[in-house]
Design a protein around this ligand. Structure first.
Ligand code: PLP
Length: 455
């Protein structure tokens, strides 16, 4: 049955009878009915009622090249005709997986010459846990088990991914975190910076890692993991002093540094990887989403030479992998995606033109009475809604001002995400300046409507 053959109500009814959505109150959604997205082109979506919607979240931080890119579609078709699937177990490989590994090594920082493929970011972070622990075992330091993450960080939803992340709502369900995962506070100046300047606070926040390492005992700490810019936590851009200090601390105690690039990778911050923009030199990088622009599931871990050398030369068999590790069709689509990013010089354009323009346009929102701060990095940005700007005083959470604003976005043809009272965007990297203007006009209108509703 094609999409054209059912009404919205019919779709919603079938949806609520059979489909359990991720991160969803099932009963609440069944009552309300899902919005049915039927098609997309460039940066726009159309729902089953015919509404055109500007997708300022690139699907779920992933459709970086926008919708309808024919070269990605053709790559999938060609590969499916030739060899839709073959595995990489048992000493076999397929050309697209080999070629993608080669290209990823080319575009990654120089310490990365090897990749382990998965189908998602969560599987990538599970792989990180397995790999980091194996690394220290092989080196004869099995006590190095603990991986430190951050409160309000997001690293996926598998047992290990959710444990590494610091989302209290996730930890509250299913007995998480798993053992030997620890957390420090996030580098969120607006909430935690007090009277310190941003730069001072960046050092303070990084030193929380040193305090934690010392409290746990450096001989027990295996790795630190963080997103260069926290995405799902609310596009929290750390002060410029933060990551270099984190790097210094990891180096001092020999702790592996893991950069979760699932959102920040593939141009989002204006470089191929967020660690290049924010100033760290990680040992491992998790990626997903933007590697294939979300056209097909693909993820993985870039493995730096420090770890790769030990696992390859001393590690023996690594007892880990997935049916779809190196899926040829997924890899073929990723190759087409990276080719497009390179041919259209997308990463440089984000760094030199679109990112600065988005930052400028977001900074203008600081004039708005509801806005306490704006932050941006490349093609991701946030607006913090506040009750009192000068006092950095937030609204009572029960008011759900962010959800109020999101409802206005919904009704006005804009997809913008609310994280508490922080409204965030991560639009496709191929947007034009005119489309940024169009998005900003919608955002401004929705902020005005929210303010009017609060009066
Ligand atoms: N890491 C980060 C930084 C993410 O933002 C996400 C998803 O949003 C993940 C990991 C998990 O990726 P996936 O949903 O593909 O498992």
């Amino acid at each position: 049955m094609t999409t054209a053959t059912r009404s919205t109500a019919e779709w919603q009814s079938a949806d609520s009878r059979h489909f359990l959505h991720p991160f969803t109150d099932f009963k609440g959604l069944a009552k309300k009915g899902a919005r049915i997205i039927e098609r997309a082109e460039n940066i726009y979506l159309w729902d089953s009622e015919g509404h055109k919607i500007l997708d300022a979240m690139s699907g779920l931080w992933c459709v970086n090249v926008g919708y309808g890119q024919q070269s990605l579609i053709d790559a999938a078709t060609r590969q499916m005709q030739e060899l839709p699937f073959y595995n990489a177990f048992f000493q076999t490989a397929t050309p697209p997986a080999i070629e993608l590994a080669e290209v990823l090594a080319e575009i990654s920082p120089p310490q990365f010459q090897h990749v382990f493929f998965t189908s998602s970011g969560s599987e990538g972070n599970d792989t990180v846990v397995r790999m980091v622990r194996r690394y220290w075992d092989v080196l004869g330091q099995p006590a190095r088990q603990i991986i430190i993450g951050r409160n309000n960080g997001y690293h996926g939803s598998t047992m290990a991914g959710a444990s590494l992340g610091g989302m209290s709502g996730m930890h509250a369900q299913g007995g998480l975190p798993i053992p030997n995962i620890s957390h420090i506070e996030q580098p969120h100046w607006f909430e935690l910076g007090g009277t310190q300047s941003r730069e001072e606070f960046g050092i303070t926040a990084a030193r929380w890692l040193e305090d934690k390492i010392l409290a746990l005992g450096p001989e027990r700490v295996a790795a630190f993991i963080g997103e260069p810019v926290q995405g799902a936590g609310g596009v929290i851009v750390p002060p410029s002093t933060y990551w270099p200090e984190i790097q210094r601390i990891c180096d001092k105690y020999g702790v592996l540094l893991v950069s979760d690039e699932v959102i920040c990778g593939f141009g989002r911050t204006g470089n191929w990887f967020g660690c290049e923009t924010l100033g760290s030199k990680p040992d491992l990088m998790t990626f997903a989403k933007g590697v294939s622009s979300g056209y097909i599931p693909l993820g993985g871990v870039m493995v730096g030479e420090r770890v790769a050398k030990v696992l390859i030369e001393q590690g023996g068999e690594f007892n880990h992998g997935f049916t779809y590790s190196g899926h040829p069709t997924a890899c073929a689509v990723a190759l087409a995606n990276i080719k497009l990013l390179r041919e259209q010089d997308v990463v440089r354009k984000v760094r030199e033109d679109l990112g600065p323009y988005l930052a400028q346009r977001f900074a203008e929102l600081n004039e708005h009475p509801l806005v306490g701060e704006t932050q941006s990095c490349g093609m991701m940005a946030a607006v913090q809604l506040v009750k009192d700007k000068a006092a950095r005083q937030c609204f009572d959470g029960a008011l759900e001002v962010g959800m109020m604003c999101r409802a206005h976005c919904f009704a006005n043809g804009l997809i913008m995400r609310a994280v508490g009272d922080r409204m965030i965007v991560a639009p496709p990297l191929v947007m034009t300046r005119a489309q940024i203007d169009e998005m900003m006009a919608l955002i401004k209108r929705c902020l005005d409507l929210t303010l009017a509703q609060l009066k």
